[in-house]
Design a protein around this ligand. Structure first.
Ligand code: M6R
Length: 365
């Protein structure tokens, strides 16, 4: 039931402190502050030459975010692909490494077909699924479930952050199995994962600010989302969420791609959401912000205190995130993407929980 909330989407956004705790705790040994993702996963990742991660839609963006963790923390090359592309191109699979399948429903037709291709070609399939009795879960070699609980809104929210959290656990466990995680770092990452429910509650405190900013997007014809590094997939997710529920045309781009085409779109008052918590690449993104502003674009900056301070008056609006490390921050950055899309949709009066033309689970290709 929706309870006090007007829509399932908003209820599910607000459930994330609990759905994240449920999804993280089974993989953490509290006594030793260590990650426990299960023996099969550890063994598969330990010996892996590379990995592939396959999914559709929002689940694909979770996989794309995880690629940064797997490469940077576990030093494991990971290729990500959309299931509908992967399944038909006779892909070359890892020799010893896994194929990861990310799916809320576990019934997405293309993702299931991609899994079957990997099975036939002897690549061990690991499923990150929210429905443990689903087809994808049943056919995988190992299941690493998310425990987001049933998601009713067609737009994925709490399932996405649960996928990110479980993929972070997997990346850390791969790092351990591959000898790339020092004990001190493991304890630090565990602490960061355990702090997520509280930090998500803090991120949700920006709701009133986001609602106000959303009013300024209602009339927009197009919205651009920019991000770099691990925030690039978050920009893609922000754009997908907005178009799904508000029907406003939105594009997500890697900030560094701006000059290679999309900058031609910038005109007076075009809203540009920049997903840029402070990190080693922040200054580069800031120079993209300047380029956009010089052409009249209106900047909505999603960042933490440090980033917001450095950006100064270059941002027209800011959405503040709590401080966090490279594991927790991309998960926190999902929250404003969801709330922004939600409030624009509500202001436009669309059918938020059941947007036109969309199905919750795409079981035909
Ligand atoms: O059930 P799945 O996670 O496999 O679904 C994948 C996509 O269909 C899904 O994420 C879709 O993109 C959502 N509507 C996004 O909000």
């Amino acid at each position: 039931e929706r309870g006090e909330y007007d829509h399932f989407m908003l209820k599910e956004i607000h459930e994330q402190p609990e759905s994240l705790a449920r999804s993280i705790l089974p993989y953490i040994d509290q006594a030793t502050q260590t990650i426990q993702a299960g023996e099969t996963a550890d063994q598969i990742f330990g010996d892996a030459d590379r990995a592939v991660a396959i999914a559709c839609g929002t689940a694909y963006y979770a996989a794309q975010t995880a690629k940064y963790w797997f490469e940077q923390i576990a030093r494991l090359a990971m290729e990500t692909d959309i299931a509908s592309e992967f399944r038909y191109r006779k892909p070359v699979l890892p020799v010893t490494g896994p194929a990861l399948f990310v799916s809320q429903s576990g019934e997405t037709a293309d993702t299931l077909a991609a899994l079957r291709y990997c099975r036939e070609n002897k690549a061990p399939a690991i499923a990150v699924v929210n429905v443990p009795e689903s087809s994808i879960a049943r056919e995988a070699k190992a299941i690493v479930p998310t425990h987001a609980g049933p998601e009713i809104g067609v737009a994925s929210t709490k399932a996405f952050t649960a996928q990110l959290a479980v993929l972070a656990v997997l990346a850390l466990s791969a790092a351990k199995a591959r000898g790339h995680l020092k004990a001190g770092d493991e304890a630090r990452y565990v602490k960061s994962l355990l702090s997520l429910p509280r930090k998500v509650s803090e991120a949700l405190e920006a709701e009133a600010d986001i609602k106000a900013i959303a009013q300024s997007l209602v009339k927009a014809r197009d919205v651009l989302f920019l991000g770099r590094g691990r925030y690039f997939p978050l920009a893609l997710e922000g754009a997908l969420k907005l178009k799904e529920v508000s029907y406003i045309h939105a594009e997500g781009y890697a900030a560094g791609e701006l000059k290679h085409g999309p900058i031609a779109l910038i005109e007076q008052d075009l809203p540009i959401v920049v997903v840029a918590p402070y990190d080693a690449l922040f200054e580069k993104t800031l120079s993209n912000v300047e380029e956009v502003r010089a052409r009249g674009g209106r900047i909505i900056l999603v960042s933490d205190d440090r980033g917001i301070k450095l950006a100064g008056n270059r941002a027209d609006h800011v959405i503040r995130l709590p401080d966090a490390d490279e594991i927790a921050m991309p998960i926190l950055a999902a929250i404003p993407m969801q709330l922004l899309a939600y409030f624009v949709a509500v202001a436009k009066g669309t059918d938020v929980d059941q947007p036109r033309n969309l199905a919750k689970s795409v079981t035909v290709e």
